[in-house]
Structure formats: C-alpha cells, structure tokens
Design a protein around this ligand. Structure first.
Ligand code: E4P
Length: 216
C-alpha cells in the first residue's frame, strides 16, 4: 500500500518527503484554506516538491467547468496532477472526458460501493472512499474500502483505491488489511505511525547499555 499525505502544508509535506516513504499528496479546499496561501502558489510548490501524484480539487458545479479547471491544473504537470472530482452525475461526465484526454482524476466524497463502481466505469484514475466521515455517522467506513478493492479486482478495473478521511493509525492498518492501493494520511497520524513505546524504551536501554561497554 502506497502512502500519500493528506495536507496542503508545505512544511509537513517536505518533512514527510524526507522520510523516503511519500508517494503522493491529496489536498482539498479546507486544507488549502488552513495554509492562508493562494491556491495556485500552494499547489505549484507541492507539485515541485513531491515525486508522485498531487490531487487538487475542482470546484465547478458542472462538467464543463470541471474539465476546464482540470486542463488548467494539468498545465502545471500533467504527469503529476490528479484532479479531484466530486462524485455526482456532472462529476462522472467530467471524469470520462478527462480520461479520454489522459488527465488523471481522483473521484472524491465517495461513500458507497455503487459510487466506486460508477467512478471506475467512468475511467477514474483514483477513487477515494472517506472512512472517517462514515465512522462519524456510525457506519463502517472501512467496509466501503473492502468492497471497493474487491469489486475493482473482480471486474479488473484499473482504478486505484485511496483510503481517505483517515483519523488514526488503526485506520491505516485496516486499510492495509482491506488491500487499499493507497492510504492518504494526515501528518499527525503519520507521526503516530512511526512511534511505539517499546521502540522508545528499547532505544534508551541499548543507548544506556552501550555506555557501560568498556571503551578498550
Ligand atoms: C481526501 O482526499 C480528503 O482530503 C480527506 O481525506 C478528507 O478527510 P476529512 O474527512 O478528515 O476531512
């Protein structure tokens, strides 16, 4: 399972890129608004820093508008930009048109297996089931990820499943067990994934015992 960071904060992105584990970035208008930066500057810098796909959200209500936005974003680097298209009839129209143009899409705000099927049929590069938001309303968010992976494998679609709206490290473990192709993970969760109390006490013990070894 590849790891993306769900962030628009360039410091966080640079930091995680330096760990050598980062395969891409997902952003959304909420995350970009937290940076206080103009959208284009923010996304352009992320695209420059990161090797893999960078998802940026289209906000037009209709397919024509989404396609226009997508073409403009693709000018930054069409091999790196994936345009996030909200699930819906206009979104599906946009995805199928963009697939024909070779522009990557990430169908977002996905909450059901039927939505995954439709996005895959339309030619989405990525589909993003939102786990945390389903858990928040007492639905099993991970079940959608499991169903998405199963149906994509069964019907041999090329769409990749991004486990999104991840809230804690156990979500990442469950996304792995579900066979998600990618998990997009907030910075604070990535930091928690690195740590384990037994690692910390183990490092301290080895360090302390190293000091006791005679130097000659
Ligand atoms: C994914 O692409 C979204 O940006 C993100 O995972 C949404 O997460 P949230 O439900 O925590 O806002």
């Amino acid at each position: 399972m590849k790891i993306f960071i769900d962030s628009a904060d360039i410091k966080e992105i640079r930091d995680v890129a330096s760990w050598g584990i980062l395969a891409g970035v997902t952003t959304n208008p909420t995350l970009v608004s937290k940076t206080g930066r103009p959208l284009r500057d923010c996304i352009a810098e992320i695209v420059e820093v990161v090797e893999g796909p960078v998802s940026v959200e289209a906000i037009s209500p209709d397919a024509d508008g989404m396609v226009k936005e997508a073409r403009e974003w693709a000018e930054l680097d069409r091999n790196k930009v994936a345009v996030k298209i909200p699930m819906g009839v206009e979104g599906l129209k946009a995805v199928s048109r963009l697939a024909k143009e070779g522009i990557m899409t990430n169908v977002t705000l996905v909450f059901s297996p039927n939505q995954v099927l439709l996005a895959s049929r339309a030619g989405a590069t990525f589909v993003s089931p939102f786990i945390g938001r389903l858990d928040d309303i007492s639905h099993d968010g991970m079940e959608v990820v499991r169903d998405a992976v199963a149906l994509i494998e069964y019907y041999d679609f090329s769409t990749q499943v991004i486990a999104a709206s991840i809230r804690h490290p156990l979500h990442v473990v469950e996304a792995m067990r579900a066979g998600a192709h990618i998990a997009t993970v907030p910075y604070d969760v990535l930091v928690k994934m690195v740590r384990h109390p037994l690692t910390d006490t183990g490092i301290k013990k080895f360090y302390d015992d190293y000091q006791k070894i005679p130097k000659k």
